[in-house]
Design a protein around this ligand. Structure first.
Ligand SMILES: [Zn+2]
Ligand SMILES: [Zn+2]
Length: 369
């Protein structure tokens, strides 16, 4: 069937809404009518070519919607409300069996190739294959996704709130959950986009005593305060490392997170961690980016530098937990939505994200008429 989708034809060109062809769901897949889709920095990184996924590509990888058709061998049913996410774990590879489904071999290979295991794509455009971002491609009226990427949520959940569970909330809250934060600890979060704000929430849920949040945008610092940050730092007004040391008796923080995907900011997080502390890379840097750190700090200061992919989340397990926290009022989702767009306005959402004007833009993908 024909549908509208936000297509990036090539890196460095503006994404455009195009009419594309969407095939039926295959075995183990479902067709989801997308209601709301978030716009993530990783989508922007593909537009700029920093994250060189295959093009032409349909952007978007966190959404909410309704299952409208199911392929053979699926348990979901038409009418189910779902969150569409990425990294649909296969359940059978070494990493899935090892309890690390976010590192699933098949799902991550699919995220890079944009194709099913057999090399095909459900999408075509102008007679050639069109690749859905990370097997999702949610900035579109419909998406064909593996059933493991469509997680049921309560029908009464608002679409915008549900959409953000697909990437930003899982990644941010998950990163905090899996980090060695003890009750009362001091935590640093560098970068307050959709992921960073959720690290703040996750750290608060984990019982952090102090949460220091760093971002040059005042509105993002203020939002972080409402989500649990106890101290905020404007890195353009003061040296952020000096500011963090100042706030921690020159000791540094117990756990530091980098949520932008920049090597210099990851070095900042590492340097701001105390002796015996941990720095966690959460933001996604360019694949060819390297980092320089003082080697002596590893043995002499017993520092740990680690990373987390999708917050170490396993969507079938973690999305219901996040919904439960939201239902209980412990997790804020609605305040994360800075602005709403219809699909035709999706390019503006990218411009707003790039300019730092929004935390999360949510695109309503249905027919605006
Ligand atoms: Zn994302
Ligand atoms: Zn697997």
């Amino acid at each position: 069937m024909e549908m509208r989708a936000l297509v990036l034809e090539d890196y460095g060109t503006p994404p455009r809404v195009e009419v594309v062809e969407c095939g039926p769901p295959g075995p183990g897949e479902v067709l989801v009518r997308i209601v709301a889709s978030g716009v993530c920095h990783s989508d922007l990184h593909v537009v700029t070519g920093t994250l060189p996924l295959p093009v032409p590509i349909v952007l978007g990888h966190e959404a909410s919607g309704v299952v409208v058709e199911t392929g053979p061998g699926t348990r979901l049913q038409a009418g189910d409300h779902v969150v569409v996410t990425w990294i649909p774990a296969c359940g059978a590879c070494f990493w899935c069996r090892n309890g690390q489904p976010e590192l699933c071999e098949r799902a991550n290979a699919g995220a890079v190739s944009g194709t099913r295991a057999d090399g095909t794509s459900p999408l075509t455009w102008r007679g050639r294959p069109l690749f859905p971002f990370s097997w999702a491609g949610t900035l579109a009226e419909y998406a064909v996704v593996p059933e493991a990427a469509a997680i049921p949520v309560p029908a009464e959940m608002p679409w915008d709130a549900a959409a953000l569970l697909g990437c930003a909330v899982q990644t941010g809250v998950g990163a905090a959950w899996r980090a060695p934060i003890q009750p009362g600890d001091t935590v640093l979060v560098v970068g307050l986009g959709g992921v960073g704000q959720n690290i703040v929430q996750g750290a608060r849920l984990k019982g952090a005593g102090r949460i220091i949040a760093v971002d040059p945008v005042a509105a993002k610092r203020e939002l972080a305060r409402t989500l649990g940050a106890t101290d905020v730092v404007d890195p353009e007004a003061a040296d952020p490392l000096a500011a963090v040391l100042d706030l921690t008796d020159d000791r540094g923080v117990d756990v530091a997170f980098e949520a932008v995907g920049r090597a210099d900011l990851l070095a900042l997080a590492f340097n701001a961690a105390r002796r015996g502390g941990t720095a966690v890379a959460v933001g996604v840097p360019a694949p060819n980016e390297d980092i320089t750190l003082n080697a002596f700090a590893f043995p002499s200061q017993e520092k740990t530098l680690t990373g987390t992919w999708l917050g170490g989340s396993y969507p079938p397990r973690d999305i219901p937990r996040l919904v439960a926290l939201w239902e209980a009022g412990h997790l804020q989702l609605e305040p994360l939505v800075s602005r709403r767009y219809v699909l035709e306005e999706a390019p503006a959402a990218f411009a707003d994200l790039e300019a730092g004007r929004i935390v999360r833009g949510v695109v309503h993908c249905g027919d605006p008429r």
